[in-house]
Design a protein around this ligand. Structure first.
Ligand code: SF4
Ligand code: MG
Length: 300
């Protein structure tokens, strides 16, 4: 089945053109989504992952509008529900790389239970959160990561609940892989994405991407982040297996904001390790034992 009009199995290494879509972006000028889109394509190409070897799962939101701006197998979920959809796909066929995308609204509000349980169950997928501090697609409402006092549509005095630092929550759940990236640093974002995509068979690889939304977020802007982000690779003796230090360093979201792969622990069994599916019992292999010709004929 052709999932990319430009991809040809005979051509050898994967190229950026293989992920090309004729549908052009409609994001606002200066939106961080452009950088995430570009970094994703770079990461997949540098890992030599072809469009038919990965499933891209999108939530609702400005981030989800990427779903037709890239070639490959893609699916759009209901709002806040991208994680169960992506996890179901991975459990059905663990041989395919599965990447889920969602915004801060979908992840840390509607889909919060899925986020918590994905870390607890250590589902082997990669999850990229476009964290822009509000609901952008619906014209800038307060999200769980909107800064205190920051006005938004319908909330002129800012959030009425305390602002969430999602990494603090993730670290309380004994995670397998936690990273923080910034849309203003495409080289670092690409490297983090590559590591998170490669890691997924060892566990739930979660990356919170701090992203500019110049249309509605006038507080934590691209420039605001540029003055504060610090790559943990530049810290003396940074050890990404030290949970206590990673959790402490992730707490600061004011003067210095740590970016990079903050933590990884590949000794935690994944969900698949725990249920011990044999290859024969994997849904993708069970399906092969049944003829679907009759079903297909009904639709032709
Ligand atoms: Fe990007 Fe914000 Fe515009 Fe959405 S509203 S496209 S997140 S700048
Ligand atoms: Mg958002």
């Amino acid at each position: 089945m052709a999932c990319s009009p430009n991809y040809n199995l005979e051509k050898g290494r994967v190229k950026i053109l293989d992920y090309y879509s004729e549908v052009q972006p409609t994001w606002c000028s200066g939106c961080g989504d452009y950088a995430v889109w570009a970094s994703l394509k770079r990461a997949l190409v540098e890992l030599d992952i072809a469009p038919h070897e990965v499933l891209l799962c999108f939530d609702i939101g400005c981030n989800g509008n990427m779903s037709d701006k890239i070639a490959g197998y893609r699916i759009h979920s209901l709002h806040g529900r991208v994680l169960p959809l992506a996890i179901g796909a991975k459990l059905a066929n663990p041989n395919v790389k599965v990447i889920a995308f969602a915004g801060d609204g979908a992840t840390y509000s509607e889909g919060m239970n899925h986020f918590i349980n994905s870390i607890r169950s250590n589902y082997p997928i990669t999850f990229f959160v476009h964290n822009n501090g509000n609901y952008g697609l619906t014209t800038g409402q307060v999200s769980a990561t909107t800064p205190q006092g920051a006005p938004r549509t319908a909330n002129p005095y800012g959030p009425t609940a305390l602002t969430l630092n999602p990494l603090e929550l993730a670290f309380a759940l004994n995670p397998s892989f936690v990273a923080r990236a910034f849309s203003g640093n495409i080289n670092q974002l690409t490297e983090i994405m590559k590591e998170a995509i490669q890691y997924q068979d060892k566990g739930f690889a979660y990356v919170d991407i701090l992203q500019a939304c110049p249309t509605y977020n006038k507080e934590t802007t691209h420039e605001w982040y540029l003055e504060r982000v610090r790559d943990v690779k530049k810290l003396n003796n940074y050890n990404p297996t030290d949970l206590v230090r990673a959790a402490r360093i992730a707490k600061n979201m004011e003067s210095h904001i740590a970016t990079g792969v903050l933590y990884k622990n590949d000794s935690i069994p994944t969900y698949l390790d725990r249920i011990r599916f044999s290859q024969d019992n994997l849904p993708v292999n069970q399906v092969k034992r049944h003829s679907i010709e009759g079903i297909l004929k009904a639709f032709i």
